[in-house]
Write a protein that binds this ligand. Structure first.
Ligand SMILES: Nc1ncnc2c1ncn2[C@@H]1O[C@H](COP(=O)(O)OP(=O)(O)OP(=O)(O)O)[C@@H](O)[C@H]1O
Length: 294
């Protein structure tokens, strides 16, 4: 499923520009969407899901133009969207909730609904909880029933907005594995702040910075942006100047800083970069470029 975005911009009321001239084409597979708070990820996802209109630009999904009502209807049929805050009917059981959403999605045949719901409950590991009210589910179970409703109707394009925030590590891993198993011939767009989720399940990644697309390509390519620029340095005082601190660990004799920068400070030891290092290095470069253009 090809998603093509051309020169897309979004201005909210009051004139705030949340997206600024995005050009992006993605194909099948899992694509991570990264960016700081307020970078425009949710805005982009809501526009792709058809719940928000862009100010300008053109989007086609599987050849259907989102600017036309026929295009929006066609896209709705092939789309599964899990927003950041999915309204759940806590008084319904998991099964009743899925049945209700399946009806809304136009799956009219009762037997077909039941078969799909059984399969999905099994896939998200909630078969034995299906007849419990959602109000009694844990946070992780609520996310899983959320992804199950997203998958009703076997969508070709799946958009999930920060699905793992607030989940414990085991539940996060389970959710990530579930999402990764959806890839294949579908397009899965995953917005998250958790870089490890992207590193482990998304071969491609897009990065937004203040409404602009600053990277789209392989996830390993973004990691490599910090190659030969990532160091560990020990100090009993503040971090060395002129570099970006990715994290700091307290030791018995001071602090060990993980830094990205050039040239390395005295005594620094070069290490292999992670996606987090590449991401930090990329944003640092863009912020510096923005500063010099001010
Ligand atoms: N309804 C709105 N009205 C006005 N401004 C908005 C609205 N929704 C979002 N914005 C602004 O648009 C920008 C992009 O917001 P958006 O929620 O898309 O970012 P995000 O990358 O998803 O952030 P986060 O990671 O915090 O969820 C922000 O500056 C935000 O304050």
């Amino acid at each position: 499923m090809n998603v093509t975005i051309e020169n897309l911009s979004k201005d909210y009321k009051g004139g705030h520009r949340a997206l600024d001239g995005i050009d992006l084409t993605v194909g099948t597979g899992m694509i991570g969407l990264l960016g700081a708070n307020g970078a425009g990820k949710t805005t982009l996802m809501r526009i792709l899901a058809g719940v928000l209109r862009p100010t300008s630009g053109r989007i086609t999904i599987g050849g259907h133009d989102l600017a036309t009502s026929a295009g929006r209807t066609a896209v709705k049929r092939m789309l599964g969207y899990l927003p950041q805050e999915l309204p759940l009917y806590t008084g319904l059981t998991g099964r009743e909730f899925l049945d209700y959403i399946a009806l809304l999605k136009g799956i009219d045949d009762k037997g077909a609904r039941r078969r799909q719901i059984d399969l999905l409950l099994d896939r998200v590991g909630l078969s034995d909880q299906a007849n419990r009210r959602i109000g009694g589910y844990s946070g992780g179970m609520k996310r899983r029933i959320g992804i199950a409703q997203t998958l009703l109707g076997d969508p070709r394009l799946i958009i999930v907005d920060e699905p793992t925030s607030g989940l414990d590590p085991e539940e996060r891993m389970r959710f990530r594995t579930l999402l990764a198993s959806l890839g294949g011939d579908r397009t899965v767009l995953l917005s998250t702040h958790i870089l490890a989720d992207v590193a482990q399940s998304c071969p491609q990644v897009a990065v937004l910075n203040t409404g602009r697309l600053v990277y789209f390509g392989s996830t390993t390519g973004l990691t490599d942006a910090a190659e030969d620029r990532t160091y560990l340095v020990h100090s009993d005082g503040p971090a060395p100047e002129g570099c970006t601190v990715v994290n700091a660990t307290t030791t018995a004799t001071g602090t060990e800083y993980r830094i990205v920068g050039d040239p390395p400070p005295a005594g620094a030891r070069r290490v292999e970069p992670t996606l987090e290092d590449g991401y930090v290095a990329l944003l640092q470069t863009h912020r510096e470029t923005q500063e010099t253009h001010r």
